[in-house]
Design a protein around this ligand. Structure first.
Ligand SMILES: [Zn+2]
Length: 305
């Protein structure tokens, strides 16, 4: 309210100054048009006219400068610019107590910034070539098209993959022991066996056991849950689960499976390969159970880089 009163005072002074300026300008033009009464002295007349004109111009200048100062003062004390219909909020007479309009402006700026950030994030995520799941990003039409193909891998595709991997890795022997869901039994040399549950060609679950441990329950059904009784294979099961996530590529399922098998194949000489860091075969009663995901070099769990 205080600023409004000040503004009103300034405006009324500005109106008075404008009137003064108009009067001065009119008077000056009248003097120039009609001339002024000069004395009879022939030498004094031109001097008197010039001094009168100078006086008139001085008054105009003074009024003009004063008006300019007032205008600047009024502009400084004005509140924030109003935007559209929200400007009506700033007409609240108790603005000092409930600053609705400034808060509305702040919120508007915040929302604009949020929209900009989300647009940038969306652009960045869309550019990412490898996605964790088939549903992330892309248009709804694209999602509808790709989602079913991940699950509807033909048995022929699984058989081809098994055959190719058997051919590629000499120490690995894969057999398909169950259909729907597909379960593979993998022997790596004479060191260990892995039970792999597939969804499409993607690895859903891995269980590592000793080469001689049972695959079947007492009632003859497939045992997909009992962990190995040996600590070394329990550890490798943990690392294998991490590896299956590390190599998870829904858009390139074949490559995903091959990468995992390349990693698993590195366990063929588990008990006769020293740790890459400490050079020891056994540490804390365990061989090097961890493998680098990139180079598949062996490390103890505590030695890994
Ligand atoms: Zn080590």
């Amino acid at each position: 309210m205080a600023t409004a009163l000040e503004n009103a005072n300034l405006l009324s002074r500005a109106i008075l100054t404008t009137q003064k300026l108009r009067i001065s300008v009119s008077k000056t033009f009248n003097h120039m048009k009609d001339g002024i009464k000069v004395s009879q002295d022939e030498h004094g007349a031109p001097k008197s006219f010039a001094s009168q004109l100078q006086e008139d111009l001085f008054l105009i200048n003074e009024s003009f400068i004063e008006l300019e100062k007032l205008t600047m003062a009024v502009r400084r004390q004005r509140e924030a610019e109003t935007i559209g219909n929200t400007g009506a909020l700033s007409m609240d007479p108790v603005t000092d107590k409930t600053p609705l309009y400034p808060k509305a402006l702040e919120t508007y700026k915040w929302a604009t910034r949020l929209r900009e950030h989300s647009a940038h994030s969306q652009a960045f995520l869309n550019n990412s070539s490898i996605k964790r799941s088939s549903g992330s990003g892309g248009s709804p039409a694209k999602r509808r098209k790709t989602a079913p193909t991940n699950l509807n891998i033909s048995t022929q595709a699984v058989d081809n993959l098994v055959m190719n991997v058997n051919r590629q890795f000499h120490d690995v022997k894969i057999t398909k022991i169950q259909l729907n869901p597909t379960v593979l039994q993998v022997y790596v040399s004479r060191t260990l066996q892995a039970i792999i549950v597939l969804r499409g060609l993607l690895i859903e679950r891995v269980l590592i056991r000793a080469h001689h441990e049972n695959t079947l329950n007492d009632d003859g059904t497939l045992d997909l849950w009992t962990a190995s009784k040996y600590e070394v294979f329990q550890k490798i099961t943990e690392h294998a689960t991490a590896a299956s996530l590390r190599y998870y590529l829904p858009t390139m399922q074949d490559l995903s499976f091959r990468s995992f098998m390349h990693w698993l194949n590195s366990f063929s000489k588990l008990f006769s390969t020293p740790c890459r860091l400490c050079g020891k075969y056994i540490k804390d009663n365990l061989p090097p159970t961890w493998r680098c995901f990139r180079t598949v070099e062996p490390y103890h769990e505590c030695c890994r880089p």
